[in-house]
Ligand binder design. Structure first.
Ligand SMILES: [Zn+2]
Ligand SMILES: [Zn+2]
Length: 147
């Protein structure tokens, strides 16, 4: 079963079906709406997206699209098109690896640094400095499962 939700746990959903196409979008709206370098989406059938806890807030970002998010913690949750296309944010899934990217949507606002990510040095969480920092953190994030 595919489940997901926001960082604070006030809004939870499940998908009663298979995930559709997964993509990232480089447009300026998706950068702004996610605060990220690009927007990560996986399609769902609108009738198969079931809200199991709380109510998403929606912001209409264009004449055709609403973006769902948690009003309490701000986590982006959905991209909802007036024509019925709906996607959920890949990072909001309890198992983000369940969505396999197959395409990216280009845009003049695409950031060149995206091409450099795979070549950047990686500070592993097991390195002493990082491990000490991480050991001091107490997560207040909702767990990746229904509660
Ligand atoms: Zn929340
Ligand atoms: Zn976009």
């Amino acid at each position: 079963m595919i489940t997901g939700g926001c960082q604070c746990g006030a809004v939870r959903f499940r998908v009663d079906g298979d995930l559709g196409e997964a993509s990232i979008c480089h447009c300026r709206m998706c950068q702004k709406a996610t605060g990220g370098l690009f927007g990560p989406y996986v399609g769902v059938e609108v009738g198969e997206l079931i809200w199991t806890r709380g109510v998403r807030k929606r912001f209409q970002s264009s004449n055709k699209v609403w973006r769902g998010f948690c009003e309490a913690c701000g986590t982006p949750l959905t991209w909802e098109h007036a024509g019925g296309l709906t996607s959920v944010m890949i990072g909001a899934l309890d198992d983000p690896a369940a969505a396999r990217l197959t395409v990216q949507l280009g845009s003049p606002s695409r950031l060149a640094c995206v091409d450099d990510i795979s070549g950047l040095p990686v500070h592993e969480p097991t390195e002493p400095r990082a491990a000490a920092h991480l050991a001091s953190i107490v997560s207040l994030q909702h767990p990746d499962r229904d509660t």
